[in-house]
Design a protein around this ligand. Sequence first.
Ligand code: SF4
Length: 68
Amino acid sequence: MAATVVAHLELDRPRCEGHGLCEEAAPDLMHLDDEGELVLDVTDISEQDLEAARTAVRVCPVAALKLA
Ligand code: SF4
């Protein structure tokens, strides 16, 4: 059974500067591609991923990530 989704992770792409601090905080949820563009691998956040997602949102220096 799929885990219950408790939040959605969103990226405000124009804001993102591609430093990858979020990727370091939550490598299972996102990665930088070969061009340095952030790719969200998981946007439906389960309870299990919530702490990592929150940390990624917190460490982003330009507030490009949002949990809704
Ligand atoms: S930390 Fe913020 S600015 Fe840096 S790659 Fe992640 S979303 Fe983009």
